[in-house]
Design a protein around this ligand. Structure first.
Ligand code: ZN
Length: 276
């Protein structure tokens, strides 16, 4: 990526006659550059329509990312559920790739009753299988476990770095709101953002800094982590210092806004980023 591209998690709210094509056009007319396909309840784009989505995105110069299903648990005690989870990641990756997508993110699952180490081993084993399947089908797209918001969820910052080192083709999707919520209020100062990006670069190299997939929003949280997303100005999320730090580190890639007001906060962050 040549720069940091700002976008919305799904079709902008202000889109008239909302569908995927109108959404992409609206992203462009708002002055944004990216959009995440929300495959969270289903992969709603069919194989036959993917090429058209790709054409629209290219024409509008909008980079597409995707968010895979919410119904994923690679550490389930039921074999069948693990199989279904892997299929959901593969299906989202496949369609996102056919749409010309850059990256697909997902929440790996839950620790359940296993230790963190056991859960990580399952995660690693199953994601390796996913990557091999994608390779066999010649599907080239970044696969990104997301830093998750609840302490019960696999997806700490460290786990996301480790899996990216352990499995080829994998990089983290860094959700800064989740990192903040998961630690009940930490990860929200300039120093902490600096530390996160330093660790990220140290673990994964400069190339990873130039190919980021970031999520941001305001967030409500408690001891167990994430409760719900908020509009930035109704939250304590220190987005200004985050923008400053992303700029200092010359981060490139895509930053997707998941605040309830989608495009408003995406534009607010973009404005902050370019005014510094
Ligand atoms: Zn997510």
């Amino acid at each position: 990526m040549k720069s940091l591209l700002f976008g919305t998690g799904g079709i902008p709210i202000s889109t008239k006659n909302p569908d995927i094509h109108e959404g992409i056009k609206q992203v462009n007319s708002l002055g944004l550059e990216a959009m995440e396909l929300e495959f969270v309840h289903s992969v709603f784009i069919k194989k036959d329509n993917a090429e058209k989505v790709n054409e629209t995105a290219e024409k509008q110069k909008v980079v597409l990312t995707a968010h895979a299903s919410y119904y994923i648990n690679l550490n389930s005690t039921e074999k069948q559920k693990i199989g279904a989870s892997k299929s959901r990641i593969i299906q989202a990756a496949k369609i996102a790739y056919l749409c010309g997508g850059y990256s697909v993110c997902f929440h790996p699952g839950y620790y359940m009753k296993s230790t963190n180490e056991q859960a990580y081993e399952m995660f690693r084993k199953e994601i390796k299988y996913v990557m091999n399947s994608l390779k066999d089908e010649n599907i080239k797209i970044w696969v990104r476990p997301e830093t998750t918001g609840k302490v019960s969820q696999i997806g700490s910052f460290e786990e996301c770095l480790k899996i990216s080192k352990d499995v080829e083709g994998v990089l983290p999707c860094i959700d800064f709101a989740h990192l903040h919520a998961r630690t009940n209020g930490k990860n929200n100062t300039k120093e902490e953002f600096h530390e996160i990006l330093t660790k990220y670069e140290k673990a994964l190299g400069k190339k990873a800094l130039e190919n980021m997939h970031i999520h941001m929003s305001g967030i409500n949280y408690g001891e167990k982590g994430e409760k719900n997303h908020l509009v930035l100005k109704d939250s304590d999320m220190n987005y200004k210092d985050l923008m400053k730090t992303l700029k200092e580190f010359k981060c490139k890639g895509v930053i997707i806004c998941e605040s309830p007001n989608l495009e408003k906060d995406a534009l607010l962050m973009k404005k902050a980023y370019y005014s510094m």
